[in-house]
Design a protein around this ligand. Structure first.
Ligand SMILES: Cc1ncc(C[n+]2csc(CCOP(=O)(O)OP(=O)(O)O)c2C)c(N)n1
Length: 334
């Protein structure tokens, strides 16, 4: 079954503490990325910087629906920093990783969120778009064969969802009725290509029917709605209901990466989506429902900034890796 409407403004089962935790992760994602942008401009970030400005709620709300006590797993893409933070990635290791420092998780061998931690349940992006779909299909198939109770969450851009690898992986996961949730982050552009120029359907969720999986559309800038639809999909997956494809409608408020001034995006579109900023909206929701005062929110932001100051200073002081270390740990040693 596929929903024809975009789910938004739904009631939630989350407690006040959990709703404040969602705010924490949204703010942490944005503040961390702002610092990374400053470091990038000082040429301290190695490689590109891919912002999730304006679409933070999609990654944060959906990842929050996983059950970490059951070792649920996710595969983030470059714009899913928020999902990595929810899953237990720390700002300190992320600063180290973006600057390719000696003590970064990949020891300077790879960049940004390109690192994995099976214990915390995230498999870092591989650059070939779409390939994480068959990777997660394999992981969850193996998990089911071992009789583990694990759900997998796969993130895919609108562009990535047009690849052959994505199709093969999703088709196989659907046939196997694997406990997988696929979140397609429809942020309207794949690099400079608008969605309408790379697929003929109006809504990506329409493709769910062709795979024989459940499909749902959600307002990707509504963090609670993202959580609620994903929670339902995770519960369905865990109880044997198979794959759900979620299309989250959102917008990429920055260029593909920091070098890209996105001059190909009409100004009106940016203005339209700026009005729908997920953090501004969520603040209005928290204040309007008496879940927090402005003072509470300001205090949370001040705490995040204080701990980011420490983490950034630590990472900046960390040396670059010794050149000789590049050859070790590449192949298994017997
Ligand atoms: C198979 C493949 N083709 C092309 C690329 C180059 N590439 C990297 S990111 C990107 C755009 C991705 O767009 P989308 O999947 O919509 O995600 P978004 O960047 O919008 O989050 C492209 C074309 C690639 N990495 N892999």
């Amino acid at each position: 079954m596929t929903t024809a409407t975009v789910i938004s403004n739904v009631p939630t089962t989350l407690t006040r503490e959990q709703q404040l935790e969602l705010y924490h992760f949204l703010r942490l994602t944005r503040l961390l990325e702002e610092r990374l942008t400053n470091l990038y401009r000082q040429t301290k970030v190695v490689g590109g910087l891919f912002r999730s400005l304006g679409q933070e709620a999609t990654a944060v709300g959906t990842a929050y629906a996983l059950d970490r006590s059951k070792n649920d797993m996710l595969t983030p893409l470059i714009r899913d920093l928020g999902a990595v933070l929810v899953q237990g990635g720390t700002p300190r290791e992320l600063f180290l990783q973006y600057m390719a420092k000696k003590d970064s998780p990949s020891r300077g061998r790879d960049l940004n969120i390109h690192y994995s931690d099976l214990k915390r349940g995230f498999i870092g992006p591989i650059s070939h778009l779409g390939d994480l779909m068959p990777v997660m299909t394999g992981v969850i198939l193996a998990s089911r064969m071992r009789k583990e109770d694990r759900v997998g969450l796969v993130y895919m851009g609108d562009g990535a969802s047009s690849t052959g690898a994505f199709h093969e992986g999703l088709n196989f996961a659907a046939v196997q009725k694997l406990p997988i949730v696929v979140v397609i982050e429809n942020n309207q552009y794949a690099y400079s290509t608008p969605t309408a120029k790379q697929m003929a359907v109006e809504n990506i969720v329409d493709k769910a029917v062709g795979y024989g999986v459940h499909g749902v559309m959600v307002d990707g800038n509504d963090v609670i709605a993202c959580y609620e639809v994903t929670k339902q999909a995770v519960d369905r997956a865990r109880s044997g209901g198979g794959v759900t494809l979620i299309e989250a409608k959102t917008f990429r408020m920055k260029g593909h990466a920091e070098h890209d001034d996105q001059k190909y995006v009409p100004k009106e579109l940016l203005e339209y989506w700026a009005e729908r900023d997920p953090i501004k909206r969520y603040e209005a929701y928290l204040l309007g429902n008496g879940l927090a005062t402005q003072g509470d929110l300001d205090a949370m932001v001040a705490n995040i900034n204080a701990s980011l100051d420490e983490d950034m200073a630590f990472a900046e002081a960390n040396p670059m890796p010794d050149p000789e270390s590049a050859v070790a740990g590449v192949y298994a040693e017997f």
